[in-house]
Design a binder for this molecule. Structure first.
Ligand SMILES: [Zn+2]
Length: 459
């Protein structure tokens, strides 16, 4: 990590560049050009430019012509597609870290323990019954966005469709012509009705997607291992399906998945904290399974995708033969994730025609002689300079947000650093973020718990 002087230097340059920038409101009818090091993510483009107009990327690369009258924002940072989170359970992220003293066999195991009931399940139900689910969702989306995420799954759906993060499994707002994305499915509780619905989505045109928890448990747990054959018997080993967790999957299972076009969503931190082990991703890679990376939830996983990228990178380097490059990991959080759910023509790359979901991250790798992929897998929440969703400046450093949004964003603190958030794109919620925090804090206090911080800050 750089020292604070370097960080401050970078932000001052960015701020100075922005002070001359004209105001634009939301999805910029005036073209907006952002310059910096592009991670497209297929390649790194030094001194690149991304041109945005009407909520979309109109050009990206080293030779972009900046039209007359465009707003130009010059940064020293890395510009990458917004991170895509295909595995989360958002409303649970209001809880602080849960550190179980024992490792478990599988998810059905820990969900039956009193420690889970008292600390998690009962308080969660209590908050939902008080009508706070949309507040929980809002807090979790801000947490995700502060970790560089622009697309999420696993929210509460209606009536919490607020338009802040892009909710892929409910209303991705990517235009027509998309198949449905089904999430929140567990094999042992999947009814025949669920199977029929999933098959119709997977056989539809355009094809939809199914994200399903499979074989979540230790590699030695028989019931977790059995789930693979159960899913296979129900006809769900097919393209458009992605398995989540897969800790108990064998190399043979991964080979069958690759053959059938089934993807894989890896959540290493939560796996290791709950089960003491994670999926055999070296086997998945060797079999050429398309893989994404996602945090699961913040109580036992990461606060968001930047932190999960960091965890995955460190885990990778501790392996006798690291299966991944830093580039592989960045692809898993962007373009691979988009293609697993069939939205690769809309999000996940800095490509013309894509919606303008992007992040600007401080380039901390420079001082370590590392490339931009490394900077992304080692960025902390403090390093997030700007998050744009659909061309709307939603979160970032205060000066950049003031200039970019043209609105009065709210201030919040992440790891002691002041950041700004704009709720301009929300459809329903009219409360301030402070009000959301205080209602959650009060309700959690009544059930003997505290509101989790937005980020762990190096704990
Ligand atoms: Zn999960």
């Amino acid at each position: 990590m750089p020292n604070s002087f370097t960080r401050m230097g970078c932000s001052l340059i960015a701020i100075a560049c922005l002070l001359t920038a004209p105001v634009f409101l939301s999805a910029q009818s005036v073209p907006l050009a952002i310059t910096g090091t592009l991670v497209t993510p297929q390649e790194i483009v030094p001194n690149g430019t991304v041109l945005l107009q009407n909520g979309k990327i109109s050009a990206a690369g080293a030779q972009v012509q900046i039209p007359q009258g465009a707003t130009v924002v010059r940064t020293d940072g890395i510009i990458a597609p917004g991170l895509i989170d295909l595995h989360n359970h958002l409303t649970w992220n209001v809880f602080p870290r849960w550190k179980p003293i024992a490792e478990f066999g599988n998810r059905y195991d820990w969900q039956q323990k009193p420690v889970y009931n008292v600390l998690m399940d009962v308080p969660h139900s209590e908050l939902v019954s008080e009508g706070l689910e949309c507040e929980m969702e809002r807090y979790a989306e801000v947490k995700a966005i502060s970790e560089g995420e622009t697309s999420v799954v696993g929210g509460m759906n209606a009536p919490c469709d607020q338009g802040l993060a892009r909710n892929l499994d409910f209303d991705p707002e990517l235009g027509s012509g998309l198949g449905e994305i089904i999430y929140s499915v567990f094999p042992l509780t999947m009814s025949q009705f669920d199977v029929v619905r999933a098959l119709s989505v997977l056989n539809g045109k355009p094809r939809g997607a199914l994200l399903i928890h499979v074989a979540e448990g230790s590699p030695h747990d028989a019931s977790a291992a059995r789930e693979f054959s159960e899913v296979e018997e129900r006809g769900l080993l097919k393209a458009g399906v992605s398995f989540i967790h897969g800790v108990a999957l064998t190399p043979q299972n991964f080979a069958e998945m690759a053959k059938a076009g089934v993807g894989f969503v890896w959540s290493p931190r939560s796996n290791i904290e709950l089960y003491g082990d994670t999926a055999n991703v070296a086997a998945a890679k060797a079999a050429s399974v398309t893989m994404a990376l996602a945090p699961d939830w913040s109580p036992t996983g990461s606060d968001g995708l930047l932190s999960e990228l960091n965890y995955a990178s460190v885990w990778n380097q501790t392996q006798p033969t690291p299966p991944f490059t830093e580039r592989d990991l960045v692809l898993m959080a962007t373009s691979n994730a988009a293609s697993l759910v069939g939205v690769e023509d809309y999000i996940g790359s800095l490509a013309p025609g894509h919606v303008a979901d992007l992040i600007v991250i401080r380039d901390t790798g420079k001082t370590h002689n590392k490339d931009a992929y490394w900077s992304l897998t080692h960025a902390a929440p403090e390093d997030v300079e700007l998050v744009m969703i659909g061309g709307v400046a939603t979160y970032g450093d205060p000066a950049m947000m003031r200039q970019a949004s043209g609105l009065q964003p709210e201030t919040l603190k992440v790891c002691g650093m002041e950041k700004s958030i704009s709720f301009f794109s929300e459809k329903q919620m009219e409360k301030s973020f402070v009000q959301t925090e205080s209602s959650l804090d009060r309700a959690l206090h009544e059930v003997g718990r505290k509101l989790a911080p937005l980020a762990e800050c190096g704990d």
